[in-house]
Write a protein that binds this ligand. Structure first.
Ligand code: AMP
Ligand code: MG
Length: 401
């Protein structure tokens, strides 16, 4: 395989999304709003209520009817607080009204309290010109009953869940969680808590990815650590629950002897692609074990992070029905020189300082600290050089979760 052309990042994403299209999850479940964060709507959320349900006041002030008013001070005939049902406005009077309180029938204008003078005896003088409808939130201003508020395929965050709550929903219908078997490969790996033997390192990828998978709405099946040995790898994969939607591994995908995952996929499934034009993360491996989709991420923590964020994330969102899986990105000015063009697409950990992308000093794919220091990834296309002040695409981490 040495010297084989590398697959472009775009082609790999397109290929993964085509694969995802064949594995879209069909089942849905009803989930309480408190548990529905980061889940994906299975069907459109349709309004059952006009919002607001009655015209109400946007201000603390006074409600009056401009139709029968000549500009004279008005007596206050009632006080209307939020949460009460008001009387119809007595002709020739105004009503004291507070923010969120229903507008009394007959009133068509609300003046804020700062613009009135309360006279001796309690009458109210209006000091500014008034117009019909001012400071009134009309019924249905936000939405009408029957309107689609959120489309199927929408990921639910605090805003969307609050929109459902405003309709009185306690539950929403969401796509079932993808079941992802997460396995770490490497003879050197030791789980935190166990003593570190000579040559051993603690497994950090499992923690990184199990949290990230949960953020993406997945149920994580912990497949533990795989040894660097194809027969045992194969055995371990055969023992996974049959309902696994995706096998996600790290490590064991580098070139040559260490490509255990690729070997197992060649024997017991179908490798689809291997080796991307990406840095870090070149040895990403995608295929099937039996009928189960497999994404094999490289073992270096930053390589795993970059390839998960740019590729596996898109796959996992798409099988849940999310249409737009492209992470947010924008152009930034770079605060560094990039004199030597690379032959792979590079994703550098960078922080935004005064609108300029500044690099973490150590871009080694084994260094995880840079990811925490950084705000996101600067993308440097193949064959590209940059001078400080040039622009490049920036992908903020916050949108990848
Ligand atoms: P590999 O892709 O298996 O060749 O691993 C590349 C590098 O990443 C090696 O230095 C491994 O020790 C390291 N590595 C692999 N898996 C993990 C893991 N789960 N946690 C931390 N480092 C890892
Ligand atoms: Mg390894």
């Amino acid at each position: 395989m040495k010297g084989a052309p590398l697959m472009s990042v775009e082609a790999a994403i397109a290929s993964l999304l085509a694969m995802a299209q064949e594995h879209c999850l069909q089942d849905s479940e009803s989930v309480a709003l408190s548990d529905a964060r980061q889940r994906v709507l299975a069907s459109d959320l349709v309004a059952t209520l006009d919002l607001p349900l009655w015209p109400n006041s946007a201000m603390d002030g006074y409600a009056l009817n401009l139709g029968d008013w000549q500009g004279e001070p008005l007596a206050v005939s009632q006080q209307i607080f939020a949460g009460v049902a008001p009387q119809a406005l007595l002709p020739g009077t105004c009503a004291r009204i507070f923010t969120g309180a229903p507008l009394p029938e007959g009133a068509n204008c609300i003046e804020m309290q700062e613009n009135v003078e309360v006279l001796q005896g309690g009458r109210v003088r209006f000091m500014q010109p008034l117009r019909v409808g001012q400071n009134i939130r009309p019924r249905g201003q936000e939405n009408k009953a029957g309107e689609v508020l959120l489309n199927a395929g929408k990921r639910l965050g605090p805003f969307e869940l609050a929109i459902a709550a405003a309709q009185g929903c306690t539950h929403v219908s969401v796509v079932r969680r993808p079941r992802v078997a997460l396995l770490s490969t490497g003879n050197e790996l030791v789980e935190p808590g166990a003593p570190l033997r000579p040559g051993g390192i603690y497994n950090s990828n499992r923690t990184l990815l199990s949290h990230w998978l949960s953020e993406l709405g997945c149920e994580v099946i912990d497949g533990g650590i795989l040894p660097d040995e194809p027969q045992l790898t194969r055995l371990k994969l055969e023992q996974l629950p049959p309902a696994t939607d995706l096998i996600l591994t790290t490590g064991g995908v580098s070139a040559g002897d260490a490509d255990y995952l690729g070997q197992v996929l060649r024997e017991c499934g179908k490798p689809l692609f291997w080796k991307l034009s990406i840095k870090p993360g070149k040895p990403l491996t995608v295929g099937y074990f039996g009928n189960v989709p497999v994404i094999g991420l490289p073992g270096n923590p930053t390589s795993a992070l970059v390839t998960f964020g740019l590729l596996a994330r898109a796959y996992l969102l798409r099988i849940q029905g999310v249409e737009d899986v492209t992470p947010l990105s924008f152009a930034v000015s770079v605060g560094f020189d990039w004199p030597k063009a690379g032959n792979r697409r590079e994703f550098l950990r960078a922080r935004l300082e005064q609108g300029q992308a500044v690099l973490y000093p150590n871009q080694s794919s084994g260094v995880l600290l840079g990811a925490s220091w950084a705000d996101g990834l600067v993308e440097i296309p193949e064959g590209c050089t940059l001078r400080s002040g040039d622009t490049a695409r920036f992908i903020p981490f916050c949108d990848l979760f």
